[in-house]
Design a protein around this ligand. Structure first.
Ligand code: ZN
Length: 261
């Protein structure tokens, strides 16, 4: 079965900014989707902010194995109900790949639980990405480093929790460095953050960048059946404990009570 992948694009600068439109006439999400469609094991569609429910209904998310998220100008316009729905899908087992300025997107901040801030500079400088996790599946087919001639600088400290793995580190011409490929597990879902992709540069046309995103889709895919209720917190009564126990001391809750949230 092919990996059902949705590329979500905010689709704002492509409509408003001449430079961005010239690089991505059909939108950044379409460029990324086309690159993924070369892989016969990936079945790709797109969704945008402007669609009802931002294109991410319960049903659509239930039928999505991996979601890719690019946003920048309109993070605040993403409805909180959709953010919660996306996070629940991740906790249930959906993979989620956040690209570039999605570090400040609502679902990324919710899943990281930290400010996700960084330093930045828009000066078209060279970025050199180094593979830091040898033979990691996300690096399949890549050289030990590759360069993007023009990129926005993102610098450390990056305000995220310590990742499971650091897959790439970037060096920028101006001297800063940044952890540019990070993996996380949130609930049952695999999460990957990948740094490159400022909208005024042709980053998503780059073959190495496309390879990373394609590999990341395979890595993030969790083939296990989704959890029905990832936020369930059931009470286990005394008589259902794995070992026989005697109830002792006072208690707050009645048997069978749902508990406090
Ligand atoms: Zn940017």
């Amino acid at each position: 079965m092919a990996i059902r992948t949705v590329v979500w694009g905010e689709n704002v600068h492509e409509q408003k900014n001449e430079v961005v439109r010239n690089i991505y006439p059909d939108g950044m999400h379409t460029c990324i989707a086309r690159a993924l469609s070369d892989d016969k094991d990936i079945q790709v569609t797109t969704a945008t902010l402007q669609e009802p429910d931002h294109g991410l209904t319960e049903k659509r998310l239930a039928e999505t194995d991996v979601l890719i998220w690019w946003g920048h100008a309109a993070h605040g316009k993403v409805e909180d109900a959709v953010v919660e729905r996306v996070c629940e899908a991740v906790w249930s087992g959906m993979g989620l790949i956040f690209l570039h300025s999605a570090h400040f997107s609502k679902p990324f901040k919710r899943l990281m639980g930290s400010p996700c801030n960084l330093t930045w500079r828009e000066a078209g400088e060279r970025e050199r990405l180094w593979v830091t996790s040898r033979n990691h599946p996300i690096t399949r087919g890549l050289p030990d480093h590759f360069e993007l001639e023009n990129e926005e600088m993102y610098g450390e400290p990056f305000g995220v929790p310590e990742p499971l793995e650091t897959v790439f580190v970037s060096w920028f011409q101006g001297g800063e460095v940044f952890r540019s490929g990070l993996t996380y597990k949130r609930g049952a879902g695999n999460v990957f953050y990948f740094r490159p992709g400022h909208e005024t540069y042709p980053t998503y046309h780059d073959k190495n960048v496309q390879t990373v995103i394609r590999n990341a889709v395979h890595w993030a895919h969790n083939p296990m059946q989704r959890l029905a209720d990832p936020k369930d917190a059931p009470n286990v009564p005394v008589d259902k404990a794995p070992e026989k126990i005697e109830e002792r001391g006072p208690r707050l809750h009645q048997a069978g009570e749902k508990g406090l949230r």
